[in-house]
Design a protein around this ligand. Structure first.
Ligand code: BDR
Ligand code: CA
Length: 313
């Protein structure tokens, strides 16, 4: 299996990504989960990540607290999407499993230094603050990263938090800029891709049909998360952004896109956090990101359902 670090701000869709990873031990080995401030403040993302591990029957997973604010801006959160706790939709007990003592940024640095080069993949599902901070603090780790597969940005689908920007990039554009310029092999799951994996009623029901506690928890989350997006986008169901990152690692053939140049807007107030993606190759800027635009939604939900069902929750 591929060694991964999940960097996340749960978030119901982040939670689904964690479950997909924990349910797929043959393909991915979760070395640790680092949390970051994003959808909700850090104290809540730290709590939510542990709730997810516990509900998955995996209190042994190591969870580390990272950065509590973006590099250069005040934190913007998304309670209007994820609810007050960040994980609304079903009541879960406070976690019993501990947070690790080590800081998440230091965990990322130490892990990359300790493991052979090219054997650790970073999976950011929230603002890129932890990753950029690690790269700033320890530039020697950059060349050791196998790949970064992240959820963020948009091209044709433009923005979901402002007309120009996707939430994860908008919250910390300076961090995103560092990551996109780092030279690391980068695979991006933007809104163009995630807006194709919609939680329709039958896809949600498939989780309820497990007849297990975990199945009900997932259905509760998705029901909450979906309701918001159906109202907003008028589509068949809400997009399930973050698990596309893990699904890509397990079954890359579910997705397709183009290797292009992507730059991050950090100066303009109007378009802050925009991913300026050269989809048509109209500049001669060097490609730096595999930018996914298509997803096999049925294949994705079949994988997600099958793997979450394997968990002992
Ligand atoms: C991203 O923003 C967050 O609200 C979701 O968890 C996802 O990572 C989608 O724009
Ligand atoms: Ca997220």
């Amino acid at each position: 299996p591929r060694n991964i670090i999940i960097d996340t701000d749960p978030g119901q869709d982040d939670a689904m990504a964690i479950l997909l990873a924990l349910g797929s031990p043959e393909e991915v080995n979760v070395l640790g989960i680092t949390v970051v401030a994003g959808n909700v403040p850090l104290a809540l993302t730290a709590k939510n990540a542990r709730k997810v591990c516990e509900v998955a029957g995996r209190p042994d997973v190591k969870v580390f607290e990272g950065c509590d604010r973006p590099l250069a801006h005040t934190l913007v959160t998304a309670e209007h999407v994820h609810g007050k706790t960040g994980l609304d939709g079903i009541e879960l007990p406070d976690p019993v499993m501990p947070l690790q003592d080590q800081n998440g940024v230091d965990f990322i640095i130490d892990t990359l230094r300790a493991e052979p080069a090219g054997t650790v993949t970073l999976c950011p599902l929230g603002p890129l603050t932890n990753i950029a901070t690690a790269f700033n603090k320890a530039p020697d780790i950059i060349e050791k990263v196998q790949e970064i597969v992240l959820m963020g940005g948009a091209y044709f689908e433009v923005g979901n938090v402002t007309p120009a920007a996707e939430f994860n990039i908008y919250v910390d554009p300076e961090a995103a800029d560092i990551v996109f310029k780092s030279g690391v092999q980068l695979t991006v799951m933007p809104l163009d891709c995630t807006h194709k994996v919609l939680v329709t009623a039958p896809r949600l029901q498939a989780f309820r049909d497990f007849g297990t506690h975990l199945g009900d928890v997932v259905a509760g989350w998705l029901d909450f998360f979906e309701r918001f997006d159906v109202e907003k986008y008028g589509s068949l169901g809400g997009p399930l952004h973050d698990p596309t990152v893990i699904a890509y690692l397990i079954k890359p053939e579910l997705f397709s896109g183009r290797f292009i140049n992507v730059e991050i807007e950090t100066h303009s107030d109007l378009t802050r956090g925009m991913t300026v993606a050269d989809w048509w190759g109209v500049t001669n800027r060097a490609p730096n990101a595999m930018f996914m635009a298509e997803a096999d939604a049925d294949g994705f939900f079949a994988l997600l359902t099958e793997r979450v069902a394997r968990l002992n929750g």
